[in-house]
Design a protein around this ligand. Sequence first.
Ligand code: SF4
Length: 466
Amino acid sequence: MKKEAASFTSTRNACKLCAPLGASVAWYGIEGCVPLIHGSQGCSTYIRRYCISHFREPMDVASSNFTESSAIFGGEKNLRAAIENVARQYAPVSIGVATTCLTETIGDDVARYVSEYERDRLASGGGGPVVFHASTPSYRGTHMDGFHAAVLAAVRRLAVRKPDDASRPAGADRQTGAGRVNLFPGFVSSEDLRELREILDSFGLSYAMIPDYSETLDGESWETFRKLPGGGTPVAAVASAGSAAASLCLYSDSFGDAEAASFLSGEFGVPARYVGMPIGVRNTDALFAALGVASGSAMPAKWGAARGRLVDAYIDGHKYCFGKRAVVYGEEDFVLALASFLDEIGVVPALAVTGAKSPRFAERLREATPNCRVEPFVSDDADFATALERARELDIDLVVGNSKGYYVARNLGVPLVRCGFPVHDRMGGQRILHLGYRGTLSLFDKVCNALMEDRQASAKSGYTYI
Ligand code: SF4
């Protein structure tokens, strides 16, 4: 596997998004939570604009509204005022405070501000929202780091051990395979979250999916305005995460102790299983196997049929995609899952790009693409300008990823299969189904159709049968 050497010290069109953006999306998946960005208004405006153009839903993101003086003297007063304003105006169950590049750079001690605020609130009689805090400087990570930091902050603040747990050794009844599970889906689409719920429900499992923004960020139209959308993981469900039989994570273990399942494992003895993102037959089989163990039940027949239809489609569409070469990009776990899927259908992921810094990205990509007969180029901590330069040399047929890669596809003159986040130049980004057998089938159709459409459009004669 060839590893891209860094040749630029500046970033040109980053292949990642801002960390508090990921935190805001995650907190929208906790019932009654309002994200509050501790920094200047521009940060929260950017996050709102970016998320609304993808989810097409109202998304309030509060700001502590930094000015020049708060940047010099610190933002404690601003943060207190912001928390009190949000509590008064929205009456939320919780407020998630995410820091920004500015507040991290000046060294604001936000953990202390929050704990002193909560202490004072308790001293004056309690009540009001619970406040989470996540440290999310964008210069240190991506939106995925922000997303996991936010989920961790909520779980760390709310999860409790069952009262009778104290008398049992950690993990004593957790090896039986029975019992409630925590499902940590990672940053996926609203449609994916609904699909996951259907899958887990079909196994008869009791579970807490953390977070769940399937309704808050893709809900119904309202007769009257609501300050906060309905839906989200109930606070009681997050609280129960500490007494679950296991945590299933639809991402890799590359976040270490910076994500919630690892915390629950260390603090409460809840075993964590990192299944990866279930895209493709191989990866989805791994999820269903894990659910079989967790529930003690066989895979329901409807998923066997869905798997069969997917394999049948692979056979039918093989001639359209075999041997094609793709650029795939986005967050690390998503790229690994897409590369694995492309590898299954005979498409070579010739260039795999992520904006995250990940020393194990190349190794993981190799493991995810066992059928690949050419060495893909892999590039972590990368930007789209570098991706385009490299892609020009690789005889690419297809680009797969979010809307930010449009100009790569346009410059290469090849189709773009839009998926992931953000999709803000098409309708329905929040409703793209990526996961499971049905999501993979939908992606497979998209890949084949993009290649067929391109072939049809570039043919001299307008034929209709391909
Ligand atoms: S300044 Fe930092 S936190 Fe604010 S929008 Fe830009 S990258 Fe995000």
